[in-house]
Unconditional design. Sequence first.
Length: 292
Amino acid sequence: MKSVPAVLLSLCLVMSCDPDGGDPTQDGGTSQDAGTSQDAGAGQDAGTNQDAGTTPDAGTTPDAGTTPDAGTVEDAGTTPPDAGTADDAGTTPDAGTTPDAGTIPDAGTTPDAGTIPDTPCGIPYLGDPNGALDFKIKALGPDWRSSPLTTGSTLTVIEPIQGGRVSFVGVYDVVNIDPCGVKLLGALRNPETGRVQLDARTANLQRDPDGRGSNIDADDASFSNIPLCPNQWSNKDIYDQNYELVVILKDRLEKKVLQKTLTVRPACNVPGEDAFCRCICKAGYVLGSPCP
């Protein structure tokens, strides 16, 4: 019984019979099933590598490449324009309209405000604080009243309360200066030797109706009292000779200074005092010598 199956198996191997005993040809024809290599040929499915080949979809990296959208960084990049509206913030130029705040020059209309009596002595400022200082020269005459001096004018030699002989020199038509505590210096200079006699005073100038300033005639202490005689300094007579009169005016802070010089002729012209004046004012006078 065991030998029969072996013989049958051999035959089947020779004749390619179906193990089930069916029609061998049909089964061999099932090589079409092997031909289902088309299924293996479903390698096309594997060939769906085309799907895998959808890598192009992965290649939709361009979508990921929509990075350009992320690249809408340009929008963020709109920061320059918007932030660049720093022009707006940079409208600082408007803040820079500081020039308007710089209209301080208008506040600098101080000259007008300067017409207010806000000076230390309560006398209104004379003229424009930004203007150039100017003045004219005057002196007390024989009657103790002042008169203008110009080149060649007579300069009266007067006996002051302290004795000796002096000339009282002042200023008028003073403009563009603080009238408080002005410094007035007067000097008589011998043009031949250069020797000088001088006197300096500090005083307040009065404000005249025209808005300009001057020394007050009644206050001879506000004038420069230039000491001239007894003559111990000049090599010629003080009277009837040409001398240079120098006048310097400064404001109290010495920010404004002006000097003027005139040629004048001192004179012993006070009635009743002329003889004595000529005696002590002549050249070579010896101190203590008797005079008429």
